[in-house]
Design a protein around this ligand. Structure first.
Ligand SMILES: O=C(O)CCC(=O)C(=O)O
Ligand SMILES: [Fe+2]
Length: 254
């Protein structure tokens, strides 16, 4: 579904599986995209853990996936989050793009949106990601990745939010398959990787979405998805995970 704004019906439809993806072109103005991009262009990006994420994906900000330990979250995550907030504040932006994004979701979700908490501590609010060489075929599911509940509130649904700041003239498509993880899929897992051989989705229906600058995309990341390699320009998106909690609230984390 492509729409001028996120609505309650669209978010409910995505959670229920009625829609594969909801995209909102022009979610962020060209001026605001350029402001964030201009500030990020001056900064050094980190990369995700090199063994797990290959080809490498660059990142500005802290993501919990690099701090998983024993089915939970390592102390290093909470320490790293301090530097994360300093780094984002250091960009000197005139607005907080993660807050702006949460507010747009809150306008569509009567029970509200908040940054999720674990053990009472606020999780990270989002990252900028640059998968110029693409993301492998993978899925994201906090219920499978963590031993217990990741957040203090149990989740009954999950979304992935992406806001595209820079997109290449060719490549960089997000591909989404009508296939959710099943035990047999483990035969296709790439060694030590977050990803799977593409044969895992060979028989599944798919859609391919070529993002535009300023567009926001919500998907249910429990469906297998990938990002194709970019050609000709950086592909930079702001992103965070969104859970639908048993409280009815949407809870974000990164
Ligand atoms: O960059 C994208 O379009 C999708 C990235 C991704 O894998 C996710 O948001 O879970
Ligand atoms: Fe993903």
């Amino acid at each position: 579904m492509t729409a001028p704004a996120f609505t309650h019906e669209l978010l409910a439809g995505l959670a229920a599986g009625r829609y594969a993806a909801v995209r909102v072109p022009g979610f962020l103005s060209r001026e605001r995209c350029d402001e964030v991009l201009g500030a990020l262009a001056e900064r050094a990006f980190d990369s995700y853990g090199k063994a797990r994420v290959d080809p490498p994906v660059m990142r500005f900000g802290v993501g919990v996936s690099d701090h998983m330990a024993g089915g939970g979250v390592a102390d290093s995550y909470w320490k790293a989050l301090q530097g994360h907030h300093e780094a984002w504040q250091g960009l000197g932006l005139s607005f907080d793009p993660f807050r702006t994004s949460r507010e747009a979701l809150a306008a569509a979700w009567p029970a509200g949106v908040a940054v999720g908490r674990r053990g009472g501590l606020e999780m990270g609010d989002g990252v900028a990601r640059e998968p110029n060489q693409g993301f492998q075929v993978h899925f994201d599911d906090a219920l499978r990745e963590y031993a217990g509940d990741l957040l203090d509130v149990p989740l009954v649904g999950q979304f992935a939010f992406n806001l595209y700041l820079s997109v290449p003239p060719s490549g960089g498509e997000t591909v989404l398959w009508r296939h959710r993880w099943q035990p047999e899929d483990e035969a296709y897992r790439l060694p030590a990787s977050y990803g799977y051989d593409e044969a895992v989705v060979r028989d599944a229906e798919s859609i391919e979405l070529a993002p535009e600058v300023g567009e926001a995309l919500l998907i249910d990341p429990r469906f297998f998805h990938a990002v194709r390699p970019s050609r000709g320009a950086r592909r930079i998106a702001l992103g965070f995970a969104v859970g639908l909690g048993t409280s009815g609230q949407l809870l974000t984390w990164a």
